[in-house]
Design a protein around this ligand. Structure first.
Ligand code: PBG
Length: 326
């Protein structure tokens, strides 16, 4: 054969790492941690093997387990002791996230990011204040503007508790501007915002809604989260958030949206995060349990693909599983 170009030459052992285009490092990963005010014991999350909800007293221990694997950052989610129409426990000074973050930042060196949303705190499970009669009328939804102030208060209370970064995830129009202004006014001008700028209304969030007890009591989130059919709209969402002061942009979910990760990477000069969501984790685990997939190899390949698509950091439930081989 007269072949001059033989790509196989570069696939031999020894040269492979030299020509590898993408690296995955434990310091690229963020591990979600669930802190639950309704329990004094660790409670396994059935749909997410190896993940638990931990009581506030165990939050530091949980974060230390993550740090031991080489993962340095955590994303804290809270399950409050009580819920109401407006989600008031989201911004309570003695709320579950605030208490946990105070301890984690006092006792560990973890970089602490908090999820800023109301769905775990509202009795109806939606990400903001509802329009009157929304429960009986499916055309009604979350009121955008009255929700902004509640998100801003929540972000400030996380900052006061010691959070290193806040990550608003409610897909409320104007949320980044509202939170940036409130943080600046409260003296947190240096605290960065990781915006869940591009968040789709996705079936892949199923297991998380069990984990964080945040499923909507009625209806769905289609009036505020993005339609999975849309790619151009992602650029519009990202642009709005950059204009309002987002320091980094998240795309969520990750695996089924790698085209969007790439587009946001190419369209903006901000760091891009991919959120490898609960359903992406659960499906690999379920197949591995049946012996149909190799868990670690599949998880690693998925995370590598997110980096190849352009993600700088990845929020993933696989963080601890994958970190030790990096
Ligand atoms: C809160 C929030 C959700 C997730 C992260 N933040 C739930 C949702 O929008 O339903 C999902 C995370 C996952 O599935 O892993 N708004």
């Amino acid at each position: 054969m007269d072949l001059t170009d033989r790509p196989r030459r570069l696939r031999r052992d020894g040269i492979r790492p030299l020509v590898s285009e993408t690296d995955l490092d434990a310091t690229d990963l963020v591990a979600p941690v669930f802190v639950d005010a309704t329990t004094d014991e660790r409670v396994p999350i059935e749909s997410m093997p190896n993940h638990e909800r931990v009581p506030v007293d165990e939050a530091v221990a949980r974060v230390e387990e993550v740090r031991e694997t080489g993962v340095e950052a955590v994303m804290v989610f809270g399950i409050p002791e009580s819920k109401d129409e407006r989600g008031t426990r989201a911004w309570a000074d003695d709320g579950v996230v605030q208490e946990a973050v105070r301890r984690i930042t006092a006792e560990t060196d973890a970089y602490v990011i908090t999820d800023v949303c109301l769905c775990e705190y509202t009795s109806h499970g939606h990400c903001g204040v509802l329009e009157p009669d929304a429960e009986s009328d499916p055309t009604l939804t979350v009121q955008n503007d009255p929700t902004l102030d509640l998100l801003a208060k929540t972000a400030v209370s996380h900052a006061e508790a010691g959070a290193d970064m806040v990550a608003p995830s409610s897909m409320t129009d104007g949320m980044i501007a509202a939170i940036r202004t409130a943080l600046d006014d409260a003296g947190f001008a240096d605290l960065p915002i990781l915006s869940y700028a591009v968040k789709y209304e996705s079936a892949f969030y199923g297991p998380f809604r069990d984990a964080a007890d945040g499923a909507p009591a009625f209806g769905d989130r289609r009036h505020y989260q993005m339609d999975p059919a849309n790619g151009r709209e992602a650029l519009r969402e990202a642009r709005l958030d950059v204009d309002q002061g987002a320091d980094a942009l998240m795309v969520k979910p990750a695996l089924a949206y790698l085209d969007v990760v790439r587009a946001v990477r190419e369209g903006f000069d901000r760091p891009v995060a991919a959120y490898n969501v609960s359903g992406e984790y659960a499906m690999i685990h379920a197949a591995a349990e049946k012996g149909w997939l190799d868990l670690e190899e599949t998880a690693y390949e998925s995370l590598l693909a997110m980096k190849r698509a352009g993600a700088d950091l990845i929020v993933t439930y696989f963080a601890e599983d994958v970190a030790h081989r990096l």
